[in-house]
Design a protein around this ligand. Structure first.
Ligand SMILES: *[C@@H]1O[C@H](CO)[C@@H](O)[C@H](O)[C@H]1NC(C)=O
Ligand SMILES: *[C@@H]1O[C@H](CO)[C@@H](O)[C@H](O)[C@H]1NC(C)=O
Ligand SMILES: *[C@@H]1O[C@H](CO)[C@@H](O)[C@H](O)[C@H]1NC(C)=O
Ligand SMILES: *[C@@H]1O[C@H](CO)[C@@H](O)[C@H](O)[C@H]1NC(C)=O
Ligand SMILES: *[C@@H]1O[C@H](CO)[C@@H](O)[C@H](O)[C@H]1NC(C)=O
Ligand SMILES: *[C@@H]1O[C@H](CO)[C@@H](O)[C@H](O)[C@H]1NC(C)=O
Ligand SMILES: *[C@@H]1O[C@H](CO)[C@@H](O)[C@H](O)[C@H]1NC(C)=O
Ligand SMILES: *[C@@H]1O[C@H](CO)[C@@H](O)[C@H](O)[C@H]1NC(C)=O
Ligand SMILES: *[C@@H]1O[C@H](CO)[C@@H](O)[C@H](O)[C@H]1NC(C)=O
Length: 404
């Protein structure tokens, strides 16, 4: 019965996804309405039958988004886009087209363009610098990932007075890094320079005073950058996951100016301890995530989670942190005060750890969390004594403890 229902239900779904091509969609491409009811035309050279195109064909006139990826466009000029000039294009994705040369007037006909993706090409910095001048002032977002670039001052000068809000320059082995490359772009709010090779001594973040989101994941920092020294006072979202940070002791001092910081990402770090009151001066912090902490992680010091604003906390060690009475006795954490000073937590994700819920002491550890709305699933109760657990305590009891 259920299966039959599912069967009938799926047919309209599938036909909605694989809508027949609308208008005059070119061969090897797909055209149709997508998110936000935008008409999207896509030619993906990796789609079977893998046919790579070496020119941009003519698309249906209602197209506002062109995804022309993994094809071959070694030389790009205004003429390359001549089949696009009658469209009111908002998005143009040109990833992976083996672009080597871009003429400086290439984008001059795109009056409405907001998002441009030039990732995974062989574009030189110099060509890019020149063609940025031909982008419309309404450009909002530039994706320049996997380009293996060495940027320089002036690279983005052509975007001065434009409304560019986000620039991505990830996965490029980039080092050194200078904030002043972007200093002519006061509208820039979001910068993704993740998965580069930036280290402790080869960066200067001066010149990014309006940056709201900065993604530094996967770089080679050993110590926390001194954000305050560089005047990054507007940061709201800070990503420092998968870096080489082996201690975060400086976080308190180097982030004391980050009074707008709301979300902090510290996953996959090789730190050994969480120091006392390490987050307590971040007056806007609501979201903290520390997933997959390395197996070197040893101790959560007293009041480490002291934060009057924190609402969502994720913490787990790759091999499971032991929230047991025994590890508490060894000083690995302090169950009697662990959450005493983080009473605004609404979401707590301790999955993948080992939590001894049989122990009264450990259960009472959660008692201060009166606002807890959800404990993410996967609190690993298959701890030591699993059999006893199921006979002596049920989840209802556990919720009851929290609701007292
Ligand atoms: C424009 O599209 C047509 C057919 O769709 C194609 O034959 C022509 O080569 C294209 N022009 C350019 C400049 O790529
Ligand atoms: C691309 O442009 C270069 C000159 O900049 C030229 O030598 C080359 O033949 C062009 N390649 C193609 C495929 O048009
Ligand atoms: C860039 O060019 C080199 C050869 O010069 C080639 O091996 C490489 O695959 C190209 N990369 C991209 C992203 O096209
Ligand atoms: C930006 O605007 C200023 C002042 O209006 C002007 O002097 C400058 O040339 C403009 N820069 C660009 C790249 O358009
Ligand atoms: C940091 O990167 C620079 C290159 O920009 C390099 O000269 C230096 O040796 C690196 N320092 C460390 C500690 O890796
Ligand atoms: C960082 O760059 C700014 C301006 O580009 C400069 O004034 C400052 O001295 C630099 N700071 C360091 C620590 O190099
Ligand atoms: C933080 O700053 C205070 C005062 O400026 C200083 O005493 C303390 O040693 C600093 N702590 C760290 C970890 O740098
Ligand atoms: C928690 O942090 C606040 C703000 O930094 C501080 O005033 C308070 O003393 C801390 N509480 C404890 C128990 O350390
Ligand atoms: C819970 O812990 C057990 C024993 O360590 C492990 O085998 C299991 O995969 C864990 N489950 C989850 C969801 O992490």
């Amino acid at each position: 019965m259920f299966r039959r229902l599912l069967f009938y239900f799926c047919i309209p779904l599938i036909s909605a996804v694989l809508k027949p091509n609308e208008g005059n969609c070119p061969e090897f491409c797909k055209c149709g309405y997508g998110r936000q009811n935008r008409f999207i035309s896509t030619c993906n050279g990796k789609w079977p039958p893998t046919t790579t195109l070496n020119f941009i064909p003519k698309f249906p006139s209602q197209t506002v988004e062109v995804i022309f990826i993994y094809n071959q466009l070694p030389n790009v000029s205004r003429n390359t886009f001549s089949n696009l000039t009658d469209l009111k294009l908002i998005n143009l994705d040109l990833q992976g087209n083996s672009i080597r040369v871009i003429r400086k007037d290439a984008f001059s006909k795109f009056t409405y363009l907001q998002n441009l993706d030039l990732s995974r090409n062989n574009i030189t910095e110099k060509d890019a610098m020149n063609c940025f001048k031909s982008l419309p002032k309404g450009i909002q977002r530039l994706r320049l990932n996997h380009l293996l670039w060495h940027p320089f001052e002036g690279l983005f000068n052509g975007l001065a007075n434009s409304s560019v809000k986000r620039i991505e320059l990830s996965h490029s082995y980039l080092t050194p890094f200078e904030g002043r490359w972007f200093s002519g772009l006061p509208q820039l709010k979001s910068l993704d320079i993740s998965w580069n090779k930036i280290n402790d001594s080869d960066f200067n973040l001066t010149g990014l005073p309006n940056i709201h989101d900065i993604n530094l994941d996967g770089n080679r920092f050993n110590v926390i950058p001194d954000f305050c020294q560089f005047g990054l006072n507007s940061i709201a979202n800070l990503h420092l996951s998968d870096t080489k940070l082996y201690n975060i002791n400086h976080l308190r001092n180097y982030s004391s100016c980050l009074q707008n910081l709301k979300k902090l990402y510290l996953s996959g770090l090789p730190i050994r301890i969480l120091p006392t009151n390490i987050f307590s001066n971040l007056k806007s912090l609501t979201y903290l995530t520390m997933k997959q902490m390395s197996t070197q992680f040893k101790k959560i010091h007293k009041y480490a989670f002291n934060s009057s604003t924190l609402q969502s906390l994720t913490f787990w060690r790759a091999d499971g942190f032991l929230f047991t009475s025994q590890s508490a006795q060894q000083g690995m954490f302090h169950p009697d005060s662990l959450f005493d000073y983080s009473k605004n937590i609404k979401e707590l994700d301790l999955s993948n750890n080992k939590i001894d819920l049989i122990s009264n002491k450990i259960r009472l550890m959660f008692k201060p969390l009166k606002k807890l709305k959800e404990i993410m699933d996967g609190i690993n109760i298959s701890i030591i004594h699993a059999e006893i657990l199921f006979t002596t305590i049920s989840f209802t009891d556990f919720y009851f403890i929290r609701e007292q």
